[in-house]
Design a protein around this ligand. Structure first.
Ligand code: DX5
Ligand code: ZN
Length: 217
């Protein structure tokens, strides 16, 4: 399991310090970019990511919740993204967007919101390093995980195994130690956690609690 804490739940006045708290304990940092169009919320953009870049060696996992993300791929690549995730629902040509991300030398991923079936991603799997199954409606942190979304992760895991493809499955939204076992059982191998990590008094202890769940099969 890789853990990708979502900075959306961190103290926006002290982002550098927030990253430092989790840096030794996690594999990735999840950066939620929201445009007020694709989702009803506005978070932060490439300037904030570029400002953090010199302060962390973590894999920057940039989750674009923006309309027509093809307009901004080069901007986020230059800002310091290591991987870029775009929403299937946000663009007319997801295959072209995934190819454009790889052409920039970055890991490419595509996300599906709760109402989008898993099967739409099957033809795109060879173009992806990761798929993201949203376990809440995108836009806000601190929501409750929708269990039915995990069935889509399981369907994607079965298809990826059947075809022997090197594609990770990420889940994002409402995840913490209490429901992590169900998330992992569905076949997810990259876990995003926002409020469960940065909402905790000790973010690195919250990560350790998640690792303990992984150990108990
Ligand atoms: C929601 C974001 C998530 C969010 C997760 O639109 O994509 O990454 O920050 O936060 P929690 O873990 O609090 O649900
Ligand atoms: Zn996210």
């Amino acid at each position: 399991m890789k853990i990708s804490p979502s900075l959306l739940a961190a103290d926006f006045a002290n982002l550098q310090a927030s990253v430092a708290k989790v840096e030794p304990a996690v594999e990735m940092l999840h950066l939620d970019v929201m445009d007020g169009q694709f989702v009803p919320n506005i978070s932060f953009g490439p300037g904030v990511i570029a400002a953090l870049r010199p302060h962390s060696k973590l894999f920057f996992d940039v989750h674009l919740m923006i309309e027509a993300p093809e307009r901004y791929l080069d901007v986020f690549a230059k800002a310091g993204a290591d991987g870029i995730t775009v929403h299937y629902e946000s663009t007319k040509d997801p295959a072209a967007v995934l190819q454009a991300i790889r052409a920039l030398g970055k890991k490419a991923a595509v996300a599906i919101s709760p109402d989008t079936p898993a099967e739409v991603l099957f033809p795109l799997l060879p173009l992806c390093d990761m798929v993201l199954v949203m376990t809440v409606y995108p836009g806000f942190g601190g929501q409750k995980l929708i269990p039915a979304c995990l069935e889509k992760a399981a369907a994607l895991r079965a298809e990826i195994e059947r075809r022997g493809l090197p594609v990770s499955i990420q889940a994002d939204g409402g995840i913490g130690a209490a429901n992590l076992r169900d998330v992992l059982t569905s076949g997810v191998d990259v876990v995003v956690a926002g409020s469960a990590v940065f909402g905790a008094a000790d973010p690195s202890a919250a990560v350790a609690a998640m690792r303990d769940v992984e150990k108990i099969k």
